[in-house]
Design a protein around this ligand. Structure first.
Ligand code: IMP
Ligand code: MG
Length: 184
């Protein structure tokens, strides 16, 4: 029988402290007419906590959501990104903060950034909870990064594997133990 356990990488208190740091850094940049755009689905928990931290840092952001899906084919270097749910507000002349869970290939964030700039945003910055270094397919750096993430598939704090584990209040790695083998 296989049982799954989660090894914690970043716990609740570490994440909470980092969110306050990021919020203070965003506030220090004195954004104009700030619009936070959370990239669904994986960023929902990070965004919810970060937005409240932004409030504590003295900001009054408006909040929007985009939902994008990216198709990755191992043989094709440029992945395609499709918009499943678009931003509803006008972004013209506004400072936008894109919020995402992980920056990996960078395709999702680069696509969203280009789109919002093309619509006339004044600036588009990005905050990601995790960054996996060395995995970039397109040139983009996040302006605010929670933690550098080891090259592992992580779950929790909004992130899933096959729709599971989004509810976890921490970020971890799924580990599979083969119980039968252990008991032999
Ligand atoms: P990319 O930067 O366009 O490759 O997109 C990164 C997206 O892939 C993230 O927003 C996540 O939704 C997903 N992703 C990448 N790595 C992981 C992981 O380790 N766990 C869960 N989702 C991941
Ligand atoms: Mg995502």
């Amino acid at each position: 029988m296989q049982t799954k356990s989660i090894r914690v990488l970043f716990d609740e208190s570490k994440i909470a402290a980092r969110n306050e740091d990021i919020a203070r850094a965003v506030a220090a940049s004195k954004p104009h007419d700030l619009l936070v755009v959370a990239v669904l689905k994986g960023s929902f928990m990070f965004a919810a906590d970060l937005i409240r931290a932004l409030h504590r840092a003295g900001l009054e952001p408006q909040v929007e959501f985009v939902h994008m899906s990216s198709y990755r084919e191992a043989t094709v270097s440029s992945g395609q990104v499709e918009i499943l749910k678009d931003v509803e507000s006008d972004v013209r002349d506004r400072d936008v903060l894109l919020v995402d869970d992980i920056l990996e290939s960078g395709r999702t964030l680069a696509f969203a950034k280009d789109l919002l700039m093309a619509r006339g945003a004044r600036t588009v910055k990005s905050a990601v909870l995790l960054e996996k270094p060395g995995k970039r397919a397109v040139q983009i750096d996040a302006d605010y990064i929670g933690f550098e993430c080891p090259d592992l598939f992580v779950v929790g704090y909004g992130m899933d594997v096959a729709h599971r584990y989004r509810q976890l209040p921490f970020v971890g790695v799924v580990e599979t133990e083969d119980k039968d083998r252990k008991e032999q």
